[in-house]
Design a protein around this ligand. Sequence first.
Ligand code: ADP
Ligand code: MG
Ligand code: MG
Length: 196
Amino acid sequence: MAAEWLKRFAETVEKNKEELTKLDQAVGDGDHGINMNRGLQEVLRKMEEVPADSPGGVVKAAAMICISKVGGASGPLYGSALMKIASALGDEEDVEGKQLTKALRDGVDAIKKRGRAEEGEKTMVDVWEPAVQALEQGSSWQELTEIVKKARDNTIDMKATKGRAAYLGDRSIGHLDPGAVSSSYFFLELACVMEE
Ligand code: ADP
Ligand code: MG
Ligand code: MG
């Protein structure tokens, strides 16, 4: 499940890397697509070379690559989230819904702690937190898909108070947050894999 999920996430980021870069040109330094794609292509290579034997193992390997290869603000944030998710998944072969939701809760909490960000600051937290809350409240994967897309689009009207976009102040309003968009891929691909 985790290998398929991260593979699809990597493929979607690759397909949309120019889009992510364009979004980051508007509110940041224009490298979010490059950063994410560099790390996730390495995750794909690693998964082929040394297939991990548990979902937790797959996610842990991806976490280490995010930390060492993605860079920017997003690398350590995704890296620490994936590291916590991996710990919560442990080395069990099968992951069920409740455990996955708990793992994703640990993941978003890690992002909020490391980035000192809360909801409403126009960051990836604005997708992660509503997505995890939806799962905690028992939403279906189909419902999650809708919630994630709405959460992503809600960042357009927000004013950034964390990350590079915060330098723009009010001028950050009117643009999607790049990290919220890459995070939407993360959850949308999870929903796709879990629905199958
Ligand atoms: P950088 O801004 O260093 O170039 P990226 O462009 O790869 O890094 O990532 C930018 C994204 O990281 C933003 O769109 C935002 O979603 C996320 N981000 C930046 N700072 C924070 C933070 N303090 N907390 C949570 N997310 C953040
Ligand atoms: Mg950037
Ligand atoms: Mg940068």
